[in-house]
Design a binder for this molecule. Structure first.
Ligand code: GUN
Length: 294
């Protein structure tokens, strides 16, 4: 299928990482600062283990200092809070990331709110989310920021366009919808969820469709108008007997069904997922350089 239809997360994230690498060298040479990122992973959720490993590798690749705390499932909430409190004070750490979801006995909200919002490179703290909505400077959640960066770097117009978001999670749906209504992007945004009646009525109006519902192949070609731009945030593992592992990753969009009808589309894997990591690195670099909160 035509190359220009594909918004390639590999190419765009590699460009961003190259830019970051240069800035890291500058920051080290001019101000003797090395960006530092602390990871906290509780339990052994396989997807989370993979994500944290990939994020750690990106730190190595870009010259960041990083420390990973892989803690057992039985770790108490107070132990995690204590660890966070230490990193809040640690001058060598500019970003703190607690991989979500956390086990059920740990209160996610309490954990997020305990992170110094000036080191909240995930952009999940209410202080950052509030500022995002107002349009003030803040850390923006990495996946939504990655979506916007992909759109901008692909030369896609957002002003006056209908953006339809499927999904309203705190990590993707809510922040991405709030980004697109800002004056910087000027879109008209509709947010759908699993209770939306006649979802097709909404998705058929989308100039830009952002699928973040966590359901494999949820968006089918009959749900989109011709020439829409599709951003697929989904990362779902489905059984596939033809693969050695017995499974493969697919998005929330029926890629093969939609590629003939849309104007652009992000693949899974190789799309938004790679951007999430690139933007985490960017947020951490900006934190180290004092670009967000000085
Ligand atoms: N779980 C899924 N996505 C994310 C993310 O971007 N950050 C964190 N901390 N956890 C996640």
């Amino acid at each position: 299928m035509s190359e220009e239809k594909i918004i390639d997360g590999k190419i765009i994230s590699a460009q961003i990482k190259e830019e970051i690498k240069k800035e890291v060298i500058n920051l080290k040479n001019k101000r003797n600062i090395t960006p530092g990122l602390a990871f906290i992973l509780v339990g052994e959720n396989p997807a989370s283990v993979t994500y944290v490993k990939s994020k750690g590798k990106a730190c190595e690749e870009l010259g960041f200092y990083s420390v990973t705390n892989a803690l057992p499932e039985s770790t108490s909430e107070s132990e995690v809070l204590e660890l966070i409190s230490g990193y809040n004070e640690d001058k060598s750490i500019h970003g703190i990331l607690v991989q979500l979801p956390v086990p059920g006995h740990i209160n996610e909200e309490k954990i997020i709110e305990s992170i110094n919002y000036k080191k909240d490179v995930d952009g999940f703290h209410p202080q950052n989310i509030g500022r995002l909505i107002i349009g003030s400077k803040c850390f923006i959640p990495c996946t939504p920021l990655g979506v916007v960066e992909m759109i901008k770097r692909s030369g896609i117009e957002t002003k006056g366009k209908n953006v339809v978001v499927i999904g309203r999670s705190n990590i993707v749906g809510k922040p991405v919808a709030n980004l697109f209504i800002q004056k910087s992007l000027n879109s008209t945004v509709t947010v759908c969820n699993s209770f939306t009646k006649d979802i097709k009525e909404h998705t058929l109006k989308a100039d830009i469709l952002i699928a973040a519902i966590g359901k494999p192949h949820f968006v089918t070609s009959d749900m989109i108008k011709k020439d829409t731009v599709i951003i697929d945030v989904g990362i779902n593992r489905i059984p596939d007997a033809s693969k050695k592992s017995g499974s493969r990753l697919v998005g929330d969009v029926d890629y093969d069904g939609c590629i003939g009808k849309c104007s652009k589309i992000t693949p899974v894997p190789g799309g938004v997922g790679l951007m999430t990591i690139a933007m985490l690195m960017k947020n951490t670099l900006d934190s180290a350089a004092g670009k967000i909160y000085g």
